[in-house]
Design a protein around this ligand. Structure first.
Ligand SMILES: CC(C)(COP(=O)(O)OP(=O)(O)OC[C@H]1O[C@@H](n2cnc3c(N)ncnc32)[C@H](O)[C@@H]1OP(=O)(O)O)[C@@H](O)C(=O)NCCC(=O)NCCS
Length: 178
């Protein structure tokens, strides 16, 4: 499998964990043994957008093939202050499984996204982070992100049974100049 992946999108890290673009067969593993089953339709929708070219997605995978982490990147949006399709893109759903945290994998996922954006000529990356997520805010701040706005953080999605759920997570919008 690794031979088919383009070098520009790969990153070997110490654990060892491989960071590579999301492929369709990864979708079940994004559910993390049921913890994120409710996001099944969300992940399917992300992959449709990957195929359309409006979203990019990467996963971190252990040497024995386990899903360790993920990050998604929206290139364009109706909300141009988040993503405008040419200069500014929106990073979301950064996630590393708990036993793999604090080993630099989250930072490496961020590096892969930023390197890819720079390669495409983008100059800004935005993200939303829950105001009570001190660990993530610390990580983003260390990586050079600054709080630029408040976000209500309200969004809805159909769960795996098709029932609409609403998430309300007051957030900060953070931004970094690449
Ligand atoms: C936020 C999250 C993605 C960070 O992932 P991570 O892999 O733990 O991130 P890193 O390891 O790069 O950095 C985290 C900490 O480990 C430290 N670290 C980095 N590399 C390290 C290494 N090689 N060895 C030991 N520690 C390391 C960092 O200094 C950082 O320390 P801090 O707690 O003082 O900030 C992860 O905690 C997570 O999935 N949380 C739940 C979901 C979430 O909140 N996502 C963010 C949504 S906005």
């Amino acid at each position: 499998m690794e031979e088919t992946i383009q070098d520009a999108n790969m990153s070997e890290i110490a654990e060892p964990v491989l960071i590579r673009p999301l492929v369709k067969s990864d979708l079940p593993a994004l559910e993390w043994d049921g913890e994120y089953l409710h996001f099944r339709n969300v992940f399917a929708d992300v992959f449709k957008k990957v195929e359309k070219g409006t979203v990019k997605a990467w996963v971190a995978v252990s040497q024995d093939g386990r899903m360790v982490g993920q990050v998604f990147l929206q290139l364009s949006s109706d909300r141009r202050e988040l993503a405008d399709g040419w200069n500014r893109a929106y990073l979301y759903s950064l996630r590393v499984r708990q036993i793999w945290q604090n080993q630099g994998i989250g930072s490496r996922l961020m590096d892969v996204v930023e390197d890819d954006l720079k390669r495409m000529g983008y100059t800004r990356v935005t993200l939303n982070v829950a105001r009570d997520n001190q660990g993530a805010i610390r990580l983003y701040t260390r990586l050079g992100y600054q709080i630029v706005a408040e976000e209500p953080g309200v969004w809805s999605y159909p769960d795996h049974k098709g029932i609409w759920r609403t998430v309300s997570e007051p957030s900060w919008r953070m931004e970094k100049k690449l």
